[in-house]
Design a protein around this ligand. Structure first.
Ligand code: UDP
Length: 237
């Protein structure tokens, strides 16, 4: 699958629907797939960190999370036409699992957060099979791997922050029988209703970053990656 490169980091220029269709085929062929969210902060970090770069590039799908990649693609006249956010990708995958009868396992976040997220998801998608869950503070990985396999999970969501969750997936994927793996950061907190996303107004205008900055001014340091990244894209043209 063709990826669009940003300073050595690959982004898949696919929509939610295209990813789901491709995943469905890969699942039927018995192939394992991994989904990783790519944003300017990660691209800038990966440029200096080969391990992170490989981790992203070895994923089946590097989704264009955040408005930065979308703007960069427009500047480069690339193929990315919309954002594909981690939390929305997870939501689409949940809907997909409910429709197809695939089994879901959720691993990560605090016990209260993950159990509430499971409940809310079961209310939203009454047909869904949440085959099991585990909080992200269990120390023994073997115990978690055995629990996921015993649940016969097809889709696994890991919410422990990046890159911890992706490293965990890479380390244990060979011992797991699940077919689809996504690292979803703080998404369980969003599904549980503990963290609110920006209102639709900001999201539509691509200003989610601005809303989050107002709520949490200390994010400024992290968000400086966005203008730096765009400047670099312009210069490299
Ligand atoms: N978390 C966890 N285990 C850990 C560290 C973090 O389960 O050892 C969880 C934490 O409770 C929270 C999520 O990982 O639910 C952190 O998400 P964050 O927003 O930091 O991730 P990002 O989206 O920024 O990568």
């Amino acid at each position: 699958m063709q990826k669009e490169m940003y300073f050595g980091v690959g982004v898949s220029p696919l929509s939610y629907e295209e990813i789901l269709a491709d995943l469905d085929n890969r699942m039927k062929e018995g192939k394992k797939s991994t989904i990783i969210a790519v944003n300017p902060e990660k691209v800038m970090a990966a440029e200096k960190n080969e391990q992170l770069r490989e981790l992203i590039n070895n994923s089946t799908y590097g989704i264009a999370d955040g408005v930065g990649i979308l703007l960069a693609s427009k500047l480069k006249k690339g193929q990315v036409t919309s954002r594909v956010t981690g939390v929305d990708m997870m939501d689409r995958l949940l809907q997909f699992a409910a429709e197809k009868g695939y089994r879901v396992f959720m691993y990560g976040a605090k016990e209260e957060v993950v159990s509430t997220a499971v409940k809310k998801i079961e209310e939203k998608y009454p047909n869904i099979i949440i085959a099991g869950y585990e909080n992200g503070y269990v120390q023994d990985p073997k115990q978690v791997v055995d629990k996921i396999n015993a649940a016969k999970a097809d889709l696994l969501f890991v919410a422990m922050g990046s890159p911890k969750q992706e490293l965990w997936i890479r380390e244990h994927m060979d011992s797991l029988s699940a077919k689809v793996y996504q690292g979803v950061g703080g998404s369980f907190d969003v599904f549980a209703g503990h963290v609110k996303r920006a209102p639709a107004f900001y999201r539509k205008l691509g200003l989610e970053w601005f809303y989050r900055l107002m709520k949490e001014p200390k994010r400024l340091k992290r968000q400086m990656a966005l203008p730096k990244f765009l400047l670099k894209v312009v210069r490299s043209k």
